[in-house]
Design a protein around this ligand. Structure first.
Ligand SMILES: Cc1cc2nc3c(=O)[nH]c(=O)nc-3n(C[C@H](O)[C@H](O)[C@H](O)COP(=O)(O)OP(=O)(O)OC[C@H]3O[C@@H](n4cnc5c(N)ncnc54)[C@H](O)[C@@H]3O)c2cc1C
Ligand code: FES
Length: 284
């Protein structure tokens, strides 16, 4: 939705800052600022971590991207974009000051109120870490942190150079209110954290399911192998959450591009429990 009530019309935004996140030059973060105050006010009155936006590069097209910032960080919206095709390559070649269109926030986001009073076990890998980063940053806010119990974050990447938001996440090791565990696939000299695939590392760490929810966002293969580990640890499917990525067009439940069974990933999701997914046809 935009301020003129036409849900297909993007809000005019401007690239304020760009920063390369990974050594392989594949993941670039964009901090977008609003051209119109009313759009900014509307966005932040609606936004919650776990939601996404449709970004449009004029003349090239539009695609969905998860929001990678928490509202308290400032008057901007961060996205981290993997360079995979036409639109994303064009975005990587853009410069601060360039215009860009944005529709959103879209989708349901994480059910933050339902999780209050519970321990959070956040498991992420690869470029899907973006919305988890927004979630953890939201929860670490001083006036929000007390609403939740223990916070554990397990974050995996193939190599140390492929972790995103390096400076910020390094500071999580200094905090007492988050247990932060990073893992790389294969050991490298100088690496002093976990080694192994995320499902194996999750098993090794063995987070308790007591009064806890698990939130899993990673490449499909990581998700698939992490679910049984969490189940073995005692997490019921109702307390395992996942954010789905599926090809989308409208992003607002109109075009039928993204549905699985009766659920529209763009409108009913992208965040689902494993229990909900188990009710859907197996075409994820
Ligand atoms: C809810 C949601 C959140 C997302 N969040 C992010 C994010 O935070 N960062 C990010 O980099 N990407 C994210 N994506 C994926 C992103 O939308 C696609 O990478 C993007 O559409 C590619 O556009 P393109 O024109 O560059 O690639 P194209 O030229 O259209 O395609 C290039 C390659 O990418 C594959 N691809 C395209 N779209 C998707 C998709 N939706 N899922 C899986 N593979 C796809 C194609 O099959 C092809 O192999 C998200 C997708 C969804 C649905
Ligand atoms: S993308 Fe159109 S219905 Fe979901």
């Amino acid at each position: 939705m935009t301020s003129n009530n036409n849900p297909y019309q993007p809000m005019p935004m401007r690239i304020a800052r760009m920063s390369m996140e990974t050594d392989d030059q594949s993941l670039m973060s964009f901090e977008l600022e609003f051209e119109r105050q009313e759009d900014q006010d509307r966005f932040f009155s609606l936004y919650r971590p776990g939601q996404f936006c449709q970004l449009s590069v004029f003349g090239k097209g539009e695609a969905p991207f998860g929001v990678a910032s928490a509202a308290w960080e400032g008057d901007f919206v961060r996205f981290t974009v993997n360079k995979v095709g036409t639109l994303t390559r064009t975005m990587h070649a853009m410069r601060p000051g360039d215009p860009i269109g944005m529709r959103g926030p879209l989708g349901n986001g994480f059910p933050l109120e339902a999780w209050e009073g519970m321990n959070l076990v956040v498991v992420g890998g690869g470029c899907a870490f973006t919305t988890l980063y927004a979630l953890v940053n939201h929860v670490l806010q001083p006036d929000v942190r007390a609403k939740y119990g223990e916070l554990m974050m397990i974050y995996g990447a193939r190599t140390p150079g492929l972790f995103m938001y390096k400076a910020d996440i390094a500071s999580w090791y200094d905090r007492r209110d988050i247990k932060f565990c990073q893992a790389i696939d294969v050991h490298q000299e100088g690496w002093c954290h976990y080694t192994g695939y995320v499902p194996d590392v999750t098993k090794e760490i063995g987070p308790s399911e007591e009064n806890a929810v698990a939130i899993v966002c990673g490449p499909p293969i990581m998700n698939r192998f992490t679910f049984p580990v969490l189940s073995d640890l005692g997490f019921p499917p109702e307390r395992i959450y996942l954010s789905l990525e599926k090809r989308m067009k409208c992003g607002i439940g109109k075009c039928g591009r993204c549905n699985i069974g009766h659920e529209y990933i763009c409108k009913d999701g992208p965040v689902f429990t494993l229990a909900q997914l188990q009710q859907l046809p197996n075409d994820l």
